[in-house]
Write a protein that binds this ligand. Structure first.
Ligand code: ADP
Length: 625
């Protein structure tokens, strides 16, 4: 082997580094958790939007003045009633003026609330995009780690609802503006009669807020448990709803099996929510008692003021109205503050996720030369982070530049894992992979990714147009190259038969008339995507023809010369007959390469390859018979 050993800095390996829960938490949540910091961050984009700020202030005034108007009307009407010579006409006039005031204020507050609603919703969508972007670009090893995903997975809950999480907090704070204005007005009015009432109201808010914050801390501490349950239930429901599984589910009557898996998850979920609601219910009783006590004591204090002649009857009526509104306002305020504190915990988690650097960075190496690359696996061992079982064990393999190498082995032998290591989605646990003599662990990830044209077994087109799927972008698409790639992959005739050709949208996720291709056609589409990519120096194909019929597969092989020209190729298949066009075949068994050679050589030798080939050949011949 001729690699030059380099001592260069390696890329970081986040999938391994963040395996430990404490380290993960310290890495993700490094900022101090302060409500004010979160609010400051949340309101940066709001403050830049003057209309949103002005509308929020106007709403606070309009909604906040409404209860004060109610208090005013009571004062006026009681005053008119008590005055000598009160006429129904005068009272009607006063009530009419107040009614007009009510109408104007309530119409204005409803209007402003509705207008601002979309403003807050679009701020949420903006952050949702940022979080999606983070999820799509984070290290693959993190993405495949259930522990990590349970830790950060709550982001979708903080950003997917209008009424909870980020947007819910915006709406709550917006509404709280009105509550605060009412609380200030009513509190000041009552303080004039007896400061004790106002102080009792404030104490009520403080105690209720602290108690509710305690419950929300408990809920937040169990968020991972909840995330895990929701993730499992979500996966199951998605599988149950997946139209590809629909046939099997029905024909094999597997609904019962699904229900049986679902039942314990549902039960655990119910138990968790029960623990949450129990604590909330426990709080509600003392809360109501405290409110009733404030109402009662306040009324007594006011009655005493009336009896001592300090306040008039009209003032008493007004203050009693203010008292009952004040108690309700204080309850509302405590609830809003607690909800804001509760929801911002999750908003905080989400912002930490968006801000975190989740890509393994570093490495200064680069692959020398142009054209096909030479790949060497040197004593490579690998286990998935968090698992003990070695999937690859002291594996050594050399693929010379330009060679077409087939990798075969039984299911679960580790073929896909080897590809993930080669492409840089994971780093070896031990040993090294050299590309043109350079340790792949020292090459920055983007550079490494750009070397490969890959076609994986699980082919999933995205809900873009066909051309966008092939070009993997929506910008500067070279349509002639898309056409050529589709032709080489054998999909051009099909694309031409569609009314909108290569501009046809795919899937029915976004557009009603989205095209749904068959499994084999999807595979051809993915081959076209790998071909479209420029500058690739190696093709890696993981069962790229598994969903193709024999004729289509044969045709693709005939095209392989032009398909693979100028590139090294690693081709994975469990259909041994389909690897004959390769220069060399290596057999992966028990995490190691146990046999290698040409098809003819391997068939001639005693061993697993020959056994597998003869078994497959037998079935093939039986099929033909
Ligand atoms: P093949 O492609 O040969 O069928 P794979 O490379 O997909 O095999 O899988 C090899 C082994 O690694 C299997 O035992 C599989 O269960 C395990 N494995 C694959 N992916 C993961 C993962 N993300 N986490 C843990 N184990 C995995």
């Amino acid at each position: 082997m001729s690699q030059t050993t380099q001592v260069a800095p390696q890329r970081s390996n986040l999938a391994v580094e963040l395996l430990d829960q404490d380290r993960r938490k310290a890495y993700l949540h490094s900022r101090p958790r302060k409500l004010m910091n979160t609010l400051a961050r949340m309101y940066r984009p709001v403050l830049k939007n003057r209309r949103l700020v002005a509308a929020s202030a106007a709403y606070a005034l309009a909604a906040g003045l409404l209860p004060l108007l109610g208090v005013g009307v009571m004062h006026t009407l009681a005053g008119l009633l008590a005055a000598p010579g009160a006429t129904p006409r005068g009272m009607l006039l006063a009530a009419g003026i107040y009614a007009l005031g009510f109408f104007v204020l309530s119409a204005a507050s409803t209007l402003l609330k509705n207008r601002n609603y979309t403003g807050f919703a679009s701020l949420r969508i903006r952050l949702l995009n940022a979080a999606l972007d983070r999820e799509m670009t984070m290290d693959y090893g993190l993405f495949e780690s259930p522990g990590f995903m349970d830790d950060v997975g709550g982001w979708s809950r903080a950003l997917s609802s209008n009424n909870a999480g980020l947007e819910g907090t915006y709406h709550k704070i917006f509404e709280m503006g009105g509550t605060l204005v009412s609380a200030l007005g009513l509190g000041a009015l009552l303080a004039l009669a007896s400061p004790w009432i106002t102080l009792a109201g404030l104490a009520f808010v403080a105690v209720t807020y602290a108690a509710q914050a305690h419950v929300s801390r408990y809920k937040h501490a169990r968020r991972e448990e909840l995330s895990r349950l929701l993730r499992q239930m979500d996966n199951l429901s998605r599988e149950a709803a997946d139209f590809r599984a629909g046939k099997d589910l029905r024909l094999y009557d597997m609904a019962g099996r699904f229900r049986a898996t679902f039942a314990p998850l549902l039960q655990a979920n119910r138990k968790l929510y029960k623990a949450f609601t129990q604590r909330e219910v426990q709080l509600s009783v003392p809360e109501s008692l405290a409110l009733a006590a404030i109402d009662l004591a306040g009324a007594l204090l006011l009655a005493r003021g009336y009896l001592s002649g300090r306040i008039t009857l009209a003032q008493l009526v007004m203050l009693l109205t203010a008292l009952s509104l004040f108690a309700r306002t204080m309850q509302e305020l405590a609830g809003q503050l607690a909800a804001i504190k509760d929801q911002t915990r999750y908003v905080d988690d989400t912002m930490d996720f968006i801000d975190a650097d989740l890509q393994s960075r570093g490495g200064t190496g680069s692959v020398p030369g142009t054209g096909p690359v030479e790949v060497i696996f040197e004593d490579v061992s690998f286990h998935y982070p968090g698992h003990d079982k070695l999937v690859l064990e002291h594996l050594s393999l050399r693929i010379p530049a330009g060679q077409r190498c087939a990798l075969v082995g039984v299911n679960g032998a580790g073929k896909t894992t080897l590809v993930k290591l080669l492409c840089g989605l994971y780093l070896p646990t031990q040993g090294r992979i050299f590309i043109n003599g350079v340790d792949a662990a020292t090459i920055p990830q983007e550079q490494l990714f750009a070397l490969f044209g890959t076609v994986f077994q699980e082919v999933e087109p995205l809900a873009f147009t066909i051309a966008e799927n092939v070009a993997a972008t929506d910008r500067d698409i070279d349509r002639a190259r898309v056409e050529q790639s589709l032709k080489t992959a054998g999909l051009w005739d099909k694309v031409c038969s569609l009314p909108r050709g290569m501009d046809s949208p795919m899937l029915k996720v976004v557009e009603e008339d989205g095209v749904i291709l068959s499994g084999g056609e999807n595979q051809k589409l993915m081959i076209a995507r790998a071909l479209y990519r420029q500058g690739t120096r190696m093709m890696v194909m993981d069962e790229p023809t598994a969903a193709l019929d024999a004729l289509a597969e044969q045709k693709i092989y005939q095209e392989f010369d032009s398909l693979l020209s100028g590139r090294t190729a690693l081709f994975i298949s469990h259909r041994l007959a389909s690897t004959r066009f390769c220069d060399r075949i290596v057999l992966l068994d028990g995490g190691r390469i146990t046999q290698q050679g040409t098809h003819e050589e391997l068939v001639a030798r005693e061993g697993l390859y020959r056994r597998m080939f003869l078994t497959q050949g037998k079935y093939y011949q039986e099929e033909q018979a």
